[in-house]
Design a protein. Structure first.
Length: 251
């Protein structure tokens, strides 16, 4: 199987084309094997792309534990990069995901993802629940919470009462020296990732909800890089770069 390794803000993916990929029934187990770090290629997720037309794609997406994911903002940027630069695709890219149809445009050489869903679900235990294609339980990170405390905090809140048995991703944000930072503990990975696009969108919306004077755009520092969340009357956009790291083959 030929594949591409692509990263967006440090969130990395193994991407194969439909004609090269195994049958759908085999992909969940394959994702678990090839996403293992140190023992295989290593990635946060595995996805299979099918080109419908010169500007339309559909994907089949798996987390590193083999579970499916409806939407991933960083992976959307990653596949748009691949589609335009290697597969003769055209912008804007129409991408069909499990979370709905999204559109990715090139804006100042960066990829702007129109998030298919951005909905406030409600408040629970001092955290806000947002659906940005997948559910995120968002908290403001308090001073004095170290890495291990944060990880325990996230694990203990993975299953809010307002959501179904799959639970939520946990995302935390904080402000320091007039800059905003965010990190996400992702379900299906069950750990922190260097970036999470839907988590960044949820945190950005959470910050703008709390501080409306900031306007309709915020720059967020993620562990793997910087993204911009831009809100309009009808839509929310995730803006950032992506990089094709290498191509390879596995048998």
């Amino acid at each position: 199987m030929k594949f591409y390794k692509i990263q967006a803000s440090g969130n990395d993916f193994i991407v194969a084309l439909e004609n090269d990929a195994p049958a759908k029934s085999l992909r969940s187990e394959l994702a678990k094997k090839i996403c293992q770090r140190k023992l295989s290629v290593g990635a946060d997720g595995f996805l299979v792309l099918d080109k419908i037309s010169d500007n339309e794609l559909v994907w089949d997406f798996y987390n590193s534990d083999g579970s499916t994911a409806e939407m991933c903002g960083n992976a959307s940027r990653a596949v748009a990069k691949l589609f335009i630069e290697r597969l003769d695709g055209e912008a804007p890219v129409q991408l069909r995901t499990g979370g709905g149809l999204t559109e990715i445009e090139l804006v100042d050489k960066k990829y702007s993802v129109k998030m298919p869903i951005c909905q406030f679900i409600g408040t629970e235990a001092k955290g806000n629940i947002w659906n940005t294609g997948v559910p995120h339980y968002v908290f403001e990170k308090k001073f004095g919470m170290n890495d291990e405390n944060v990880k325990s905090f996230c694990r203990s809140r993975r299953f809010p009462e307002k959501l179904d048995s799959r639970g939520a991703n946990l995302s935390l944000w904080y402000e320091e020296n007039n800059s905003y930072f965010a990190v996400s503990f992702e379900r299906g990975v069950e750990d922190f990732t260097l970036a999470c696009g839907t988590g960044a969108a949820a945190c950005g919306l959470d910050i703008l909800k709390k501080y409306p004077d900031l306007g309709d755009e915020i720059s967020l520092n993620l562990p793997g890089g910087k993204v911009i969340i831009r809100k309009t009357k009808d839509s929310v956009f995730l803006i950032g770069d992506a990089e094709i790291i290498f191509e390879g083959r596995i048998s």
